[in-house]
Design a binder for this molecule. Sequence first.
Ligand code: AMP
Ligand code: MG
Length: 438
Amino acid sequence: MKHSPNSLIPLASSLHVDEARKAISELVQELIQESNAIGDPSDIEIVSLDQAIDRILAEDLLSPIDVPAADNSAMDGFAFDGSCLDINTSEITLRIVGTAFAGKAFNGKIQPGECVKIMTGALMPTGCDTVIPQEMTSATEDLKIGFQQNQLKRGENRRLRGEDLQQGKPAIAAGRLLRPSDLGLAASLGIASLKVKRRLKVAILSSGDELRSLGQALDVGSIYDSNRYSLTGLLNRLNLEIIDCGIVRDEPASLKEAFCAAAMKADVLISSGGVSVGEADFTKQIMQELGDVGFWKIAMRPGRPMAFGILKPVAGNHSARKTLFFGLPGNPVAVMVTFYQFVRAALLQLNGAIQTEPPLMQAISEAPIRKKPGRTEFQRAILGRSPDGKPTVKLTGSQGAGILRSMSEANCFVILGHEQGNIAAGDWVDVALFDGLL
Ligand code: AMP
Ligand code: MG
């Protein structure tokens, strides 16, 4: 490896979120190159279209046909030879000699001064290159229409063969996270199955002596493990294969065993808890033996401590590959924020997606927000609309890193940049919608 997560990042100082993202992306790129060198054919699967949603396309999908396959009408109207538009007259009158339906062509020949009534999608009759939409015409007498010459140009309202897609050219590029429209597009080309990347195997575990599984009784000082459930939800949204490694106690032997077991089976391990100051020391020791992991202080809120790096392949590993490791903070909101900000893009990148960044928008803050420059903040908020139709945001109650309700009631993050200071009511702020992402 060119640089390790440890050597790349000075441990003592706080990392800008952008630096952390860059370091993660570089390490993922190295892992991709190493695994390409291994050249594992099981990284690609062929799935039918109805199974392909949210999978990542492994190869360019080349169109086997021209789309549309032939010139056809873009409107309901009348098809005619547009050369008559070149002659200067104000009113054009044409005689209707037949009808062309979608799926039932007009096979006759037209003469000058004639037109064919045509429906959207119907093949252009021989000799016709222009369509006047129905609503621009007036019926002059039986089987005749009239319209003003200056209402359209020659060739208008006609879809040309190969206008959308040309045979042999990519219809969908490799690396696309397949959406419903892509499945429809593939079907429109007569393609019933797609080559997609294998689903990444992602192991999750929660570490902490205070954690209890659902169904167990809560003794004094213990809490239910919620992080595995938020993580499961997040990973399911990405359609990944989840390996649930349960709760692990804060003791070196158990942690080591759990990390090794995960590294055997998974491409990526995501743990939560045990990386904050005071707890990180023995995790660090284990990581020195098992891999190359940096313990970062990130200039962000929530989600300051995070561990990131790789676990070395263990004997019997499913693919003899390194396992990418994210040690997320334990606080329930911090888990979701660090996942959103760092893990999501890394998983998509590792699985070959070309677009990994979620879209951002801007909205007007309804109230002032306190913010210190020098860290990036992810506040939970509800996106709404002002009476004059502008997008607005309002924070959801108390914003503590442990208060999952702030997240549950929200539908977006307000993202306040590193240099940003206090926000006044009425200021525009960056917003990232949860929908479809978190
Ligand atoms: P830690 O990062 O281990 O210091 O944990 C920070 C806070 O998050 C503590 O209050 C933990 O009890 C809490 N926490 C850690 N892991 C979980 C979890 N899996 N589910 C819910 N809360 C957690
Ligand atoms: Mg802990």
